[in-house]
Design a binder for this molecule. Structure first.
Ligand code: TXA
Ligand code: MG
Length: 315
């Protein structure tokens, strides 16, 4: 049986022990729960892929306590420095060119010559990184292709006994995965939209582009069509529930089974999205989930990105 422990200093010390022994620990971040393994230990990284059932060409994000940790992994440039100063710790992942001599396991990069790094803005994640004193490879703590977990109970439901310990730090504040920004080219490219928007990034480093998903050249599994998917079919742009459907509302909607944000607040909607998709994903009660339209502005872009993938034809 997996243990779920409230993230006390003692529990964090235990989690650090497990990680240093090459085992896996699920821990909270401000975005979603991560499934962590020692990024410098190839076997731990392999265990992460196995626990997720993730195709091994899909690389993992390396979590660090501080931008200084990145110096041993990649050659950060001026754009990285500016972005890290502005948005770290926080929900921004940056893809950089790997240093040949980095101790980070090759498997983390899934065969690419790049490495994705992020400093999470969560006291438990920060305390854990500081206690382990090693970077942690941590994908979202869900089976590959499914909805990301925003509570410790979600992790427990979906990963069962595949982790040594789940650190419970309550519900995640942001609720959507980090923005993934590729800094390896001349013009930075958003590979996965998230809480940090294109406008916010542009204000710091100038022009950024949004990657258009090309199934033949997927740089990021967040770009795969079907992803973040509940088991029930999802219908978008709904005005009301059809027979047998659950209705996930946004804004005023008396008929909604659940509402992402009755007051139409996009931040609140992002924080609720994955937990509500999970709650409605019940074949005993519904045959499908209908979702009302969410405005395509700010973090609404990231919400709609996840919703489109949840609704995409299954592979
Ligand atoms: O908010 C988050 O980012 C969460 C928390 C736990 O930090 N993590 C997360 O990890 O969402 P994951 O593995 O579920 O998604 C990582 C994304 C994927 O879309 C992956 O393809 C991309 O980052 N990625 C990782 N390394 C990459 C690389 N070297 N080049 C391009 N994309 C990369
Ligand atoms: Mg994920």
């Amino acid at each position: 049986m997996t243990r779920i422990l409230a993230a006390s200093p003692d529990a964090i010390a235990q989690a650090a022990e497990h990680l240093r022994a090459g085992e896996l620990v699920a821990f909270p971040t401000e975005t979603v729960y991560g499934l962590g393994g020692d990024a410098t230990h190839a076997e731990s990284v392999a265990r992460v892929y196995a626990a997720k059932g993730r195709p091994s060409f899909n690389p993992l994000i390396v979590h660090v306590a501080h931008a200084r940790w990145v110096l041993g992994m990649a050659q950060p440039d001026g754009r990285f420095d500016k972005l890290a100063r502005t948005f770290w710790p926080g929900p921004l992942t940056m893809v950089l060119r790997r240093r040949a001599d980095t101790p980070v396991a090759e498997l983390v990069s899934g065969g690419l010559d790049t490495i994705a790094v992020r400093a999470p803005d969560h006291p438990v994640a920060q305390a854990l990184l500081t206690a382990v004193r090693r970077p942690l490879a941590a994908p979202s703590a869900n089976p590959s292709g499914r909805v990301s977990p925003t509570t410790a109970a979600h992790v427990h439901e979906s990963l069962g006994d595949k982790v040594a310990l789940v650190l419970d730090g309550g519900a995640c504040r942001v609720g959507l995965e980090s923005t993934v920004l590729d800094l390896t080219g001349d013009v930075p490219e958003i590979l996965r939209p998230g809480a940090i928007t294109a406008e916010e990034l542009s204000a710091v480093i100038g022009r950024v582009t949004l990657a258009t998903p090309d199934p033949a050249h997927v740089k990021s599994p967040g770009q795969l069509a079907s992803h973040y998917a509940p088991s029930l079919p999802v219908r978008l742009g709904a005005h009301e529930a059809r027979s047998g459907e659950a209705l996930l509302g946004f804004g005023a909607a008396d008929a909604a089974t659940l509402n992402l944000s009755a007051r139409g607040d996009l931040i609140e909607a992002a924080a609720n999205l994955f937990a509500m998709l999970r709650a409605l994903d019940d074949p005993n009660r519904f045959r499908a989930i209908a979702v009302m339209a969410v405005p395509e502005t700010g973090i609404g872009l990231a919400i709609n990105d996840r919703l489109r993938r949840a609704a995409a034809p299954r592979g």
